[in-house]
Design a protein around this ligand. Structure first.
Ligand code: TXA
Ligand code: MG
Length: 302
């Protein structure tokens, strides 16, 4: 299966594959035509850059013009894993992949199937989350099938993903490191390795990271971040402390890692169950919840 997937990628085709965060929609990162297919399949605006997946630090270095000391420290600490580094791009990286930017986002996924696929293909793999634009990211092969089904050449099934939300994105391309997207590798973990970083409290206002649209990662059912009944109709309440009178209860894990791991699957299920609304108890304060809170805010109606 890996060999077949690799040859599809080498020939310019599209393969959905698991990573530890969410499933990716993969193409040869060095093939501009293949990259354009990703944008078509997702219905994604070409102003939104893709992440490149590598299976070695050397492969990453070939994609950039600068490899700062901070990059080396971070990859020593967190790769393979859910941390994407944005760095100045090398000439060989097509502008289609970076949405015309002079920088490229790169990560080494902590998933054996993904690493073997990159190795077998022999090229870095560009992959956004394997869902249609504005939809929830997929955490199982079934989610990919439901969203993109026959539009991809192959779906590699690696079971449910373990991290459950998209990688932390950190830019090292400017004078100071900037957190562009929070994730399960926290600000505190990053700062323990490279010192203070800049965070954009409201990324959409700052327009720091193209492609981080205001409403994103959203279920079809209207979602509210609240501890009260948001409106009329039959609703479900995702709580991790106490349930809500007037809503069907659904208990969520109280630990951040376990919460993130199940969040998208629960939201996919809620969509299928046909509720009029989904209410979600706001998560606790604390850096380990920052990625989850970010996704819930983007998914919610305001
Ligand atoms: O966990 C993940 O990151 C997953 C798996 C498949 O690896 N991928 C993912 O890709 O979430 P995507 O395309 O849905 O989100 C990538 C985001 C973009 O929306 C953009 O905000 C940021 O990463 N990004 C990528 N390249 C960038 C660049 N050169 N400059 C700034 N932001 C960039
Ligand atoms: Mg996405």
């Amino acid at each position: 299966m890996i060999e077949r997937a690799a040859s599809i990628l080498r020939e310019g085709g599209i393969v959905a594959f698991p990573t530890e965060t969410v499933y990716g929609l993969g193409a040869n990162a060095l093939n501009a035509q293949a990259i354009q297919k990703i944008y078509e399949i997702k219905g994604r605006p070409s102003t939104s850059p893709l992440i490149v997946h590598v299976n070695s630090v050397n492969m990453a270095k070939e994609l950039v013009t600068d490899w700062p000391e901070a990059a080396q420290r971070l990859v020593d600490a967190f790769w393979p894993g859910p941390l994407t580094l944005v760095l100045p791009k090398a000439e060989q990286v097509p502008g289609e992949l970076t949405a015309g930017l002079g920088t490229v986002g790169i990560r080494m996924p902590a998933h054996q199937l993904a690493l073997k696929l990159i190795e077998a293909a022999g090229v870095p793999i560009a992959a956004p989350s394997a869902n249609r634009f504005m939809e929830l990211s997929p955490t199982t092969a079934e989610h990919v099938w439901a969203s993109l089904g026959d539009r991809v050449d192959l779906i590699l099934d690696g079971g449910p993903t373990v991290v459950g939300i998209e990688s932390t994105v950190l830019s090292l391309a400017g004078p100071k490191p900037v957190l562009l997207r929070p994730g399960m590798i926290t600000q505190a973990q990053i700062e323990a390795v490279i010192g203070p970083i800049v965070t954009t409290v409201n990324i959409t206002e700052a327009h720091a990271s193209p492609g981080l649209h205001d409403r994103h990662y959203a279920p079809r059912t209207p979602l509210y971040l609240t501890t009260t009944v948001p409106r009329e109709g039959r609703g479900i309440y995702l709580h991790h402390t106490v349930p809500l009178a007037g809503a069907h209860p659904r208990m969520m894990p109280s630990e951040a890692g376990r919460y993130a791991a199940v969040l998208y699957d629960v939201l996919h299920e809620c969509d299928q169950e046909g509720w009029d609304w989904i209410a979600v108890e706001p998560p606790a304060e604390g850096v380990e919840w920052a990625g989850i809170l970010d996704r819930l805010k983007r998914a919610s109606v305001r």
